[in-house]
Design a protein around this ligand. Structure first.
Ligand code: M6R
Length: 365
């Protein structure tokens, strides 16, 4: 089953172009600029009138949810908040009329996420699942849903499921957005760009060997930072989680601007700091953050847009990703970070598919 790959995680990373195509198949009507989601067809009015959306999940699913929060507000103009399922469940949550909960889960069996879903439904929320495993408990207990269709994920570190979660949340945001304020031409433009992402991912995975060579140069360092802004802030969180869970290197992810409010004190000579610094509305701000780190001796690894010649002046290493509209950037910027974590773990000699102390699905609260 592994084919030419030494680990499931690498297989799952490298196969993402095909996986994403499967996830998107039949869901994009490019001719009419429409999103087709059978699972939502009966609930279109309810979704378009939603007053508030709560996204929930744990770990990687939470990070996808944070991107979903940005997407729903930006594209569908619905107030949205992501919350850790474990926190949401026990804070006596307020569910108003018109509230929708979106539980996000690869396995569909995560105990924290399941109990948050039950709590929200008991309080009257409509539940829309974003789940991978067909027929899983979370999928069965939701009122409607959109499956990821990314196939079973074997590696404990979630990669292709994250991609599927973000893609599905993008589709949902466009679907609902179109029924609110989003113009047909804008939807069509995003769908065209989305359709090209599988090919873009191919060009990124081809850089795998180079990413390994770069990681080798900083592999002795035990503390890393991951920074990004806007849609790429959750990607920074996800990059740090990936590195932690399989390489056991301590890493923190945060909004790039937050660094100045304390964590900058950590930066010393040679500390690896990964910036997601693609072109977009906050590019200049991110460059200033890079300069702040650089002047304190940090080593900059930047994920940047193809053809950005400026960034080489600031970064020690650059990983290029193709240019895509800002709301779609996480689908490409996460790929180099997955490969970075993978190579770091292999270089440190760890069992990538079965990291210590972790199970694929966490079925106790
Ligand atoms: O099956 P789920 O998506 O509900 O799992 C949630 C988390 O346990 C999971 O994403 C975990 O954080 C991964 N190991 C991260 O790679």
């Amino acid at each position: 089953e592994l084919g030419p790959y030494p680990h499931y995680m690498l297989k799952e990373i490298m196969e993402q172009p095909e996986t994403l195509r499967t996830c998107l198949r039949g869901r994009i009507d490019r001719r009419d600029g429409r999103v087709i989601l059978g699972g939502l067809a009966q609930h279109t009015r309810l979704l378009a009138r939603a007053q508030r959306i709560i996204l929930t999940g744990q770990g990687t699913a939470f990070h996808a949810g944070l991107i979903g929060e940005y997407l729903l507000e930006d594209l569908a103009k619905i107030p949205a908040r992501v919350q850790y399922a474990s926190e949401f469940r026990y804070r006596n949550p307020i569910i108003e009329d018109g509230s929708i909960i979106i539980p996000i889960s690869q396995s569909g069996e995560t105990a924290d996420t399941l109990s948050a879903l039950r709590e929200a439904r008991d309080r009257g929320a409509f539940a829309l699942g974003v789940v991978n495993t067909v027929g899983s408990t979370i999928a069965r207990e939701t009122d409607a849903g959109v499956y990821l269709h990314v196939g079973p994920e074997i590696g404990v570190a979630s990669t292709k499921a994250f991609l599927g979660q973000v893609a599905v949340l993008t589709l949902i945001s466009l679907y609902v957005g179109r029924r609110r304020f989003l113009a047909e031409a804008d939807v069509a433009r995003y769908l065209e760009a989305l359709d090209q992402i599988p090919d873009h991912i191919n060009t990124i995975t081809q850089q795998s060997d180079r990413i390994r060579d770069v990681v080798e140069q900083v592999i002795d360092r035990d503390n890393w930072l991951f920074l990004g802004r806007g849609f790429n802030y959750p990607v920074a969180l996800e990059g740090a989680l990936k590195l932690k869970e399989i390489s056991y290197i301590h890493a923190e992810g945060m909004p790039a601007a937050e660094m100045k409010h304390g964590p900058i004190a950590l930066i010393d000579q040679g500390m690896p700091v990964v910036f997601v610094a693609t072109r977009g509305s906050q590019y200049e701000k991110v460059i200033s953050n890079i300069e702040e780190v650089r002047s304190r001796g940090g080593r900059i690894l930047a994920v940047a847009s193809e053809g950005d010649t400026n960034i080489a002046r600031y970064a020690d290493f650059v990983f290029e990703v193709p240019d895509v509209p800002e709301p779609l950037q996480p689908l490409v910027t996460v790929i180099p970070l997955q490969l970075l974590a993978y190579h770091a773990a292999v270089l440190r000699g760890h069992d990538v598919d079965k990291p210590r102390n972790l199970a694929k699905s966490v079925t106790v609260e």
